[in-house]
Ligand binder design. Structure first.
Ligand code: ADP
Ligand code: GLC
Length: 472
């Protein structure tokens, strides 16, 4: 079996959030399980592409509406990645110093056309095309409907929804971007009067997965307008919990952190990393340290943090560190709190991979008050690094964090409200005072196996459950 993953992100080449982590690690674990798995992604103008040399394996032209673009499929001259990654280079369109922006419709439609054009030319066709999120949601439609891709229409296409909030909507006046198809089937592209790539992907993919079982169930109730579609397509949908790359995220070997540790020296390891953070951000190491890492957006409940933190920090019983960026208003509100809570609160507004590792290693607790969380990787990293998660019980958070009061190892709350978050924070502060229980829990969570071993196999089982493609 040979699988091609198609994605906008793949760590360490380009990562905006968890999608990058998943596409950078799932194929690696699939390889280890004996499946050939490659990734195809855009060639961006970023640190990774600047630092490495590439060679072309295919060159052609693609048509996007009235425009024609030259494109190349590149690979690394010397593969330093653990998986094979192919890059779609479309100068002037994809080669930008960002992953997502305003011009995504043209960029990602062209990306998908290039991927399909290239796959048509492959002597050995993939046995599975695995698409990720709306940026690749037109591929299931194109494989099934576009005349020029008929030779690919027997290859099963899987679509994984990492986040249904974003659907890639564009208006019908851009439908000519797509290669010719039977216009009577235009309804497959449409949802609510606009072209909706995620909806088209859900309709046309052979199987649809989401990144946790709970999120799959929730999507039938709340899916940013796609509830009825997902209920209707229920038979081909399945939730598979994300795993983590246990080699990249390993406190024993992590090169980003101040001191490596395992369950054997957890106390000295966590203390050294906490000290590093406290020194860097001006905190006293004696108080419990809470952290938030992530996109500062409504979905993550970040807008609730300023009110909650202002209240909890006034009592000076804990310290809080924020790493993230996103909504400018939330960024401003979070930064403004700094003047009022010197010595117990700090922020790093921006993106910093190394700092994120140091925080998972050095914090005592991680905050995830998400309104929507398809899976969430932060809580899985935090468990691996012995940092106790505080989560809203939703999506993947519900599937991975059990409250201490229910015999579990974290703290969870039901509502997305400042009051509930505050109450949970206070429960955690009280728990920290019981050091034997705190240390026991910390040790326990480090031992939970969330590596991809189990879930990578679930994807393989899913592929195998589909009737074999004709060309296999
Ligand atoms: P999402 O993909 O919705 O943002 P996930 O929990 O799946 O959420 O994954 C987020 C990933 O991005 C994690 O690897 C997390 O450590 C990382 N991350 C988020 N914000 C930042 C940041 N500001 N700096 C460094 N890493 C970040
Ligand atoms: C999305 C989701 C997040 C998930 C990630 C990886 O960005 O918001 O919950 O963990 O994708 O699947």
């Amino acid at each position: 079996m040979n699988v091609i993953h198609v994605s906008a992100e793949c760590y360490p080449v380009a990562k905006v959030g968890g999608l990058g982590d998943v596409v950078g690690s799932l194929p690696k674990y699939q390889q280890q399980a004996g499946v050939s798995a490659k990734v195809v992604m855009p060639f961006y103008d970023n640190k990774f592409t600047a630092a490495h040399k590439f060679e072309s394996v295919y060159e052609s032209e693609l048509v996007l509406g009235k425009d024609t673009f030259s494109f190349r499929i590149l690979k690394l001259k010397k593969n330093i990645l653990e998986i094979e990654v192919l890059f779609v280079d479309i100068p002037g369109l994809l080669f930008k110093d960002y992953v997502y922006s305003e011009d995504d419709t043209a960029r990602f439609t062209a990306f998908q056309i290039a991927v399909m054009d290239w796959m048509l030319t492959l002597k050995t066709k993939p046995s599975i095309i695995h698409c990720h999120d709306h940026h690749t949601g037109l591929i299931p439609f194109m494989a099934q409907e576009c005349f020029k891709y008929q030779a690919l229409n027997q290859i099963p296409v899987i679509l994984t929804i990492h986040n249904a909030q974003y659907q890639g909507w564009f208006s019908h006046d851009k439908v000519h971007y797509l290669p010719a198809f039977d216009i009577n089937h235009i309804g497959l592209l449409d949802w609510d009067g606009v072209i909706n790539p995620l909806a088209a992907g859900i309709k046309c993919a052979w199987r649809v997965t989401t990144v946790s079982p709970s999120y799959m169930k929730e999507l039938q109730q709340v899916a940013n307008g796609l509830e009825s579609l997902l209920s209707h397509e229920n038979q081909k949908c399945i939730g598979i919990l994300n795993g983590i790359d246990a080699e990249v995220w390993n406190p024993e070997t992590d090169e980003f952190i101040a001191k490596n540790y395992s369950t054997k020296n957890i106390q000295t390891g966590k203390t050294a990393n906490k000290k590093w953070l406290c020194k860097e951000f001006g905190f006293s190491a004696s108080k419990p340290l809470f952290a938030f890492i992530g996109r500062l957006v409504y979905e993550k409940g970040a807008d609730l943090l300023p009110e909650v933190l202002d209240k909890v920090l006034s009592e000076k019983k804990c310290s809080v560190l924020i790493l993230g960026s996103g909504n400018p208003e939330v960024e401003k509100d979070l930064k403004n709190l700094q003047k009022k809570h010197i010595g117990v609160y700090n922020t790093f507004i921006g993106y910093d991979e190394k700092l994120s590792h140091l925080i998972y290693a050095g914090a005592d607790f991680l905050l995830m008050p998400s309104r929507v969380e398809p899976c969430g990787l932060n809580q899985l990293y935090s468990l691996r690094y012995g940092t106790i998660p505080l989560v809203r019980s939703i999506g993947g958070l519900k599937d991975t964090v059990m409250d201490v009061e229910d015999g579990g190892f974290g703290f969870s709350h039901q509502e997305s409200s400042a009051e509930d978050i505050l109450q949970t924070l206070n429960r955690a502060i009280a728990f920290y005072k019981d050091q034997p229980a705190f240390k026991k829990t910390r040790k326990h969570i480090m031992g939970i196996d969330h590596s991809w071993n189990v879930s990578a196999q679930k994807y393989i089982d899913l592929y195998n459950s589909i009737k074999p493609a004709k060309n296999e």
